[in-house]
Design a protein around this ligand. Structure first.
Ligand code: AMP
Ligand code: MG
Length: 491
């Protein structure tokens, strides 16, 4: 644990004045622990009892009450497109970068989210509420366990400090961990404000620290765009494959490392509806499930626009180069998606017609609003002798289901698939448990009443998402009350 001042570096701080404002965290009165992730601590190389060590007051440090010796807290400036419209300057309005610590997985940045106002808070209070902090904490760690690129969450601390959202709530601080929190919006900021020197400095910084292979390319900046294009395309495939909706895919929430970033009004699909909108504040459905891959593509265009001044060619030729890079997105996404779907269907080989088989399965699920997560798990139990009762229950049009199931079983037979082995393969890639809204809500309601045991229990379950949970209801269709849950941007 970095209890020694010398353990910290802050390379981002080395970028200089145009990139951030240095300032201390604002604390919370009488903080308490809400949750800790042992897996995230292990990533940092910390022992499981890190929070009990006597040589530092971890609770106060991670609540923003005491400075962490050696850290150099700062809020960075960025801009972005929100809901498709240029929003101008945003920046870390409630997140402070403490610096980096060395780990076996490379340097990791630590951030406190919710530790008070910054020069970029605009009208915000610089706080995060317990509710949204629990959602971010649990989903970050759940994604890591699913193998989906994400920022991590080390812990949450809470306080009775009142925070006003639609109703009075209380404050919390999440400690987030990632190799870098740099967003598309950081690049957009310096491009749109005409600070091209700083833009180049940022790009060179990012490439040398996080994407050194780009230095070998003829044009490192085009290579950087290529890298982010690839990572974003595969991240979108990861999201689609688990029925995840981010909810606020603004360019300021898009990671330059292709990580899932800024968990807010996200949602996992229950009954499959491609048009599903998880964010109650998204009236137009811009960020609906089926639109996410296209929005990822749109956001990459915004990034390309920001990188344009760095390309050492006349504007038109530079634009053509970057558009050619972006064009790769479509096939990378399509291939990544088909690869994931083949695995989800338990298909071990590549055959012509697989895409149609996948598309028709998704159409079938959509036509019955079959539960996204459960459909794949029950499909794993379908056998050549037609044992499919629980699966059949999910579909309204049984004839249509029967026709598809016959095609599927023929396809499986064509690769000499063994039912039991296919089931094992499928259950290793199709989660039994995802963080459905009602599960998070159950943990939140108990935490708001001072009982954090459900948050801890859920964390343990989500850290093994492919195992059948001890509490069967974690993996079942949500109860009726879940339908009335409305998840908005308020956090
Ligand atoms: P988000 O929609 O959460 O990604 O936030 C968009 C911008 O608003 C970012 O610059 C955030 O840092 C900022 N922001 C969101 N909530 C708050 C808050 N409660 N206080 C200060 N800034 C905030
Ligand atoms: Mg954000």
């Amino acid at each position: 644990m970095p209890t020694r001042a010398s353990a910290w570096v802050n390379r981002f701080a080395g970028l200089g004045a145009p990139f951030f404002t240095a300032l201390p965290a604002s604390g919370m009165p009488v903080p308490h622990w809400v949750a800790r992730s042992p897996d995230c601590a292990a990533l940092l190389g910390w022992p499981a009892d890190w929070w009990q060590h006597q040589d530092w007051d971890s609770l106060n440090v991670l609540s923003g009450n005491s400075a962490w010796p050696g850290s150099s807290p700062l809020a960075s400036v960025y801009s972005g497109h929100q809901f498709g419209v240029w929003a101008g300057q945003l920046g870390d309005g409630r997140a402070l970068l403490l610096g980096e610590i060395e780990t076996a997985a490379g340097p990791m940045e630590l951030q406190l989210k919710g530790a008070g106002r910054t020069p970029y808070s605009r009208r915000g209070d610089g706080r995060a509420v317990l509710r949204s902090s629990i959602r971010e904490f649990l989903c970050s760690e759940a994604f890591a366990a699913l193998g989906i690129p994400t920022t991590r969450a080390l812990c949450i601390t809470g306080s009775s400090l009142p925070v006003w959202r639609e109703t009075p709530e209380t404050a919390a601080v999440v400690t987030r961990v990632a190799p870098s929190f740099i967003r598309f919006g950081h690049f957009e900021h310096f491009a749109h404000t005409g600070q091209h020197q700083a833009l180049r400095q940022l790009a060179d910084f990012f490439i040398s620290h996080h994407a050194p292979e780009c230095l070998d390319a003829a044009d490192p900046y085009a290579a950087l765009l290529e890298r982010v294009t690839r990572q974003t395309a595969t991240l979108m495939a990861d999201w689609q494959a688990v029925g995840f909706c981010h909810g606020v895919m603004n360019t300021d929430n898009m990671s330059m490392l292709g990580l899932t970033l800024d968990y807010g009004p996200f949602g996992f699909m229950d009954g499959f509806d491609p048009g599903h909108i998880c964010n109650h504040s998204d009236d137009q459905g811009r960020y609906a499930y089926a639109r996410q891959p296209n929005i990822g593509f749109w956001n990459l265009h915004a990034l390309a626009q920001a990188l344009l001044p760095l390309i050492d060619k006349p504007a038109e030729a530079a634009g053509e180069d970057l558009l050619a890079v972006l064009e790769g997105y479509k096939s990378i996404f399509a291939e990544a998606m088909l690869k994931r779907m083949r695995a989800k269907l338990g298909l071990a080989t590549v055959r012509e017609g697989d895409k149609d088989l996948v598309d028709d399965w998704l159409k079938l699920m959509a036509s019955s609003r079959a539960d996204f997560t459960i459909s794949f798990r029950r499909l794993a139990a379908l056998t050549q002798n037609g044992d499919a009762e629980r699966l059949l229950d999910l579909f309204i049009d049984r004839e249509l289901f029967g026709a598809w199931a016959t095609r599927y079983l023929v396809r499986c037979q064509a690769e000499d698939s063994v039912d039991a082995e296919r089931a094992l393969r499928m259950n290793a890639v199709n989660p039994a448990v995802v963080l459905r809204n009602h599960l998070a809500e159950g943990a939140i309601r108990m935490a708001q009443a001072g009982d954090f045991s459900e948050t801890e229990r859920l964390l343990k379950v989500l850290q093994h998402p492919f195992d059948l949970p001890a509490r069967a209801s974690d993996a079942e269709i949500p109860p009726d009350w879940a339908q009335s849950l409305e998840i908005s941007c308020s956090s």
